[in-house]
Design a binder for this molecule. Structure first.
Ligand code: KG4
Length: 338
């Protein structure tokens, strides 16, 4: 009998629904919230209100695009955390209502597991998936982690940020440059035209496999502040070089610890995930590093890098096969690790 999972994602500012049947993606729908742009960051109250408006049409569209009726669903998988509590409550409550109404089980998904397992989302039979064990560099707006993935539900954090995440470094530096939120994609676009060697910013000296990005952020801010004193048009005249140099520094920081993790573990497969893995420079750098060292890279499609429900449905599918269900009184959690 085939297994059909509806995945629901509402941890931050994207409302997503996706359908996976027997491990193959049938639909993946995402409603992103533009309302936060003018505030320079996600406003939690506005995010939960927008999820309320989006969730029914998004789920309805996902079922229609998958070409299935809700009676064909085997289970509803939903993101239980980490994330914004008000946003998570919308997805969690909707999942509860739907599974109770359809008398099908509910599967709770750790959003971070979802990002890692996005590499198993197949759009067609025969699409390649990583073999265990592999290392996943999970880099997003809220996380920067190096994870040793031994199995679908067996993951170990080898290193993580002790302050800001890589995405925050992109976004906060972009804000200093006057770029809109989220700044990561704008830095990526500008960096393509700039000189990555032009400016040098501070790099952290943190032992082990942990990351730190707050020093880089301060160094970027001070460089700009001092330069603007001499030339008020400094940012405008140098924005491509600033973006390229910032991006190159973030990539160097990320790759330095990734290389160490590969050396320490001897693992030969390297995956990346999370919003920052959409970055062209990061993708190219990881691909080149793997090529030079005879490692197998897994670089996700851009639509699976940022928050999406396909990864939630995928993680839910594995838990479903393992009979790991969630009780109806389950509450979402804002904070949780891998
Ligand atoms: O995984 P994600 O969608 O969700 C959160 O963690 O909230 O990641 C969002 C982050 C933001 O910081 C955004 O600026 C960054 O991913 N991002 C990028 C790019 N696309 C998204 N950073 C650099 N280059 C990109 N192309």
């Amino acid at each position: 009998m085939s297994v059909t999972i509806l995945g629901i994602e509402s941890s931050c500012d994207d409302t997503g629904a996706a359908v996976i049947r027997d491990g193959i993606l049938l639909s993946n729908v995402l409603a992103s919230q533009k309302v936060h742009e003018e505030y320079g960051g996600v406003v939690p109250e506005l995010a939960s209100r927008a999820h309320q408006q989006n969730i029914v049409p998004v789920v309805d569209t996902a079922l229609k695009r998958a070409g299935i009726d809700k009676s064909e669903l085997s289970a509803v998988a939903f993101t239980r955390g980490p994330g914004l509590l008000g946003s998570l409550l919308v997805g969690t409550s909707f999942a509860k209502g739907l599974s109770l109404g359809l008398r099908i089980p509910m599967v709770d998904v750790n959003h971070l597991h979802g990002h890692v397992l996005s590499h198993f989302v197949r759009e067609a039979e025969g699409d390649p998936v990583p073999e265990f064990p592999f290392i996943c560099l999970l880099i997003s707006g809220g996380n920067s982690q190096i994870i040793l993935v031994n199995g679908y539900n067996d993951m170990k954090v080898l290193g993580q940020t002790i302050d800001d995440a890589a995405g925050e470094a992109f976004d906060k530096c972009a804000k200093v440059m006057g770029l809109p939120y989220p700044g990561g994609p704008h830095i990526d676009r500008l960096a393509a035209e700039g000189n990555p060697e032009r400016f040098k910013f501070a790099k952290p000296r943190i032992p082990g496999l942990d990351y730190s990005f707050s020093g880089l952020k301060t160094s970027f801010l001070y460089t700009l502040r001092d330069a603007i004193r001499l030339n008020p048009d400094f940012i405008e005249e140098n924005k491509a070089d600033l973006a390229a140099s910032l991006q190159a520094t973030i990539i160097e920081i990320l790759l330095d610890k990734l290389r160490k993790a590969v050396k320490q573990t001897g693992v030969r497969t390297v995956a990346i995930g999370g919003g920052v893995s959409a970055n062209s420079g990061v993708r190219a750098a990881v691909e080149q590093y793997c090529l030079r060292n005879n490692l197998t890279p897994f670089i996700p499609k851009r639509s699976f890098t940022t928050d999406n429900a396909a990864m939630v449905a995928m993680a839910g599918y594995f838990k479903f096969l393992n009979n790991e269900f969630c009780p109806y009184d389950a509450a979402p959690y804002a904070r949780v690790t891998i």
